[in-house]
Design a protein around this ligand. Structure first.
Ligand SMILES: [Zn+2]
Length: 568
């Protein structure tokens, strides 16, 4: 039975399903699917880490190889991986999703050998041509009207952004022969009308074949010139050389050559033949709703949906509290500013006057010259007590979006301000979640991230080791911290409290991160807790013993390297 899918139907059916369809139709994508957004070897050209799926691949299915190029959505990705045309891809994805099929009164084209071809006189000249970027193509009912016969279309976008759709059954053959795909610059030439014999299938109401009839008719013939083909050819050759240059890349190199040699040119086939050759055997469809597929795939899907949800919440119309937060943040100055002298003195006293340049790149710490301090008065009303210089830090979620601000109120001389609570967090806007957040002070390098509760502790570890160290503000946020992509080892510079709060929080986080395959080192200060103190932290170590009180950074790094090489 001859059937097809409307592109729109498949697009609707695949909404939010891309990870599952890709895992099913292209199992070689597993390394990329396990960690979307992170680099893995390219499934086509190999290499070390040139390929990644987009962070929204669960919605788009797209990915990019630094060498092979960008595949904007899952259709382009599968066409690239499998060498499919768009309509083949639509059939595969439609079958995989069990999407709604449409049955056609198909016009089967008789193979050329059986045809009595008679070119009409005007066939030699091009009647008109159209040039632009190929933005869409595929089988569809003529002019997308349900009452019309099946045809084939190509939509070109001119340099001025004007789209034009051209219709004709022969466009499919011409496009395939040109090897053009979405994004390619093409010229389409109408080569005139050609006499052909088509077989029309006459179907009953249930879509069953009643009989076939032959009809002599004419058809527009097309030629597609693919201007991107030359460029791509050069690119492929470069890739080939790169692959051959790799000492252990033999397998991927030979695979690439096969792909590169595959000529997209084929003889005119009957539609039925094409469908038979397009269907892949042994493919197991995977679905999100029915819990089919491996656990890791569902875990990745859940995580990506949560990220999308957070982004959407964040991008929604900002509420009053969000505007208050942004106002304070906008009023702040860079910490390197001369006006930030109280901050400089405060940091100097704690020996954490570090690399302002690096900290400013992270844009999570700023200085406010005169931040109002509010307090509840005897009648329970909030009143402004005064304004103070303040260190203002940004608590961001795992995607880097601002959740709220933390403030440390200072005196003009760089001491803690004489107020009831000199450290305060602004309220979290409705709809946002503080859990998982942290103050990201610098970009992690080589997959290693340090973590501490307080800002001063984090800056102490950063100063002593040079390893990017973030502040989780308090023990509660330490427990819920969400590790950013690309980090393989976390060093927790834990607070040593009499209550053991800091130690417990560090170990809770350690257990959770290790369950996710992240290596964790918990380091507690070895100094004795002073008689009247509640505890001791790594800033006390820095102030008391200097950098020598910290584990030597070389030792730390070689410990991490050894541990990693053992586990790999
Ligand atoms: Zn590649």
């Amino acid at each position: 039975m001859s059937y097809y899918y409307k592109a729109e139907t498949v697009r609707q059916a695949i909404a939010g399903q891309w990870l599952f369809v890709l895992a099913s139709l292209a199992p070689e994508l597993e390394p990329a699917l396990r960690k979307p957004g992170r680099h893995v070897p390219c499934p086509i050209h190999g290499g070390k880490d040139g390929f990644r799926l987009f962070k929204d691949a669960h919605e788009t299915g797209g990915g990019v190889c630094n060498t092979c190029g960008t595949r904007h959505d899952g259709f382009e990705l599968l066409m690239w991986l499998r060498g499919w045309s768009f309509d083949q891809c639509l059939m595969e994805v439609g079958d995989n999703l069990n999407a709604e099929k449409l049955y056609r009164k198909a016009q089967r084209i008789i193979p050329p050998a059986q045809q009595d071809r008679q070119k009409l006189p005007e066939a030699k000249t091009s009647r008109f041509s159209s040039k632009g970027e190929l933005v869409n193509f595929g089988p569809a009912r003529y002019e997308h009207k349900p009452e019309n016969e099946m045809s084939y279309f190509a939509t070109l976008q001119s340099a001025h952004g004007i789209e034009r759709t051209i219709w004709g059954v022969d466009i499919e053959r011409a496009l395939t022969e040109s090897g053009a795909t979405c994004g390619d610059k093409v010229t389409m030439l109408n080569r005139g009308r050609e006499a052909v014999t088509v077989v029309r299938e006459v179907l009953d109401d249930h879509g069953e074949l009643l009989h076939e009839e032959s009809i002599a008719t004419h058809r527009n013939t097309w030629e597609v010139i693919n201007h991107s083909a030359v460029r791509e050819h050069e690119q492929t050759e470069t890739t080939d050389r790169l692959c051959q240059a790799q000492s252990n890349g033999g397998q991927s190199a030979s695979r690439l050559r096969v792909v590169a040699c595959e000529q997209p040119i084929r003889e005119e086939e009957t539609l039925a033949d094409e469908e038979a050759s397009a269907s892949t055997t042994g493919v197991v469809p995977l679905f999100k709703e029915t819990q089919q597929g491996p656990d890791w795939l569902h875990a990745v899907q859940t995580k990506m949906e949560q990220q999308t949800e957070r982004r959407k919440r964040h991008d929604a119309q900002p509420g009053t509290q969000q505007l208050k937060i942004l106002k304070v943040w906008d009023e702040c100055l860079p910490i390197a500013s001369e006006i930030a002298a109280p901050l400089h003195r405060y940091f100097q006293e704690r020996k954490v006057l570090v690399r302002f340049g690096t900290l400013e790149q992270g844009d999570s710490i700023r200085f406010h010259p005169n931040l109002p301090y509010w307090e509840e008065n005897a009648e329970g009303r909030m009143v402004e007590v005064g304004t103070f210089p303040a260190i203002v830090t940004a608590i961001r979620d795992v995607d880097g979006q601002l959740i709220t601000l933390h403030r440390t109120y200072l005196s003009n001389h760089g001491k803690k301000a004489k107020v009831a609570e000199c450290r305060k967090m602004m309220s979290v806007p409705e709809g946002l979640d503080l859990n998982g957040g942290a103050i990201p002070l610098a970009e992690p390098v080589e997959g290693i991230l340090g973590l501490a509760e307080g800002l001063e502790t984090a800056l102490s570890a950063y100063r002593a080791t040079g390893i990017a160290t973030w502040s989780t503000v308090n023990a509660q946020l330490m427990k819920t911290f969400e590790c950013p992509e690309g980090v393989h080892t976390v060093i927790i510079w834990a607070d040593r409290d009499r209550s053991r709060t800091g130690e417990v929080a560090a170990n809770v986080l350690k257990a959770r991160l290790e369950a996710n395959g992240i290596s964790v080192i918990v380091l507690l200060p070895q100094l004795a807790i002073a008689a009247k103190a509640k505890g001791i932290d790594w800033n006390d170590v820095l102030v008391g013993q200097g950098i020598l009180g910290f584990p030597p950074v070389r030792q730390l790094r070689s410990f991490i390297e050894n541990r990693r090489s053992r586990s790999m």
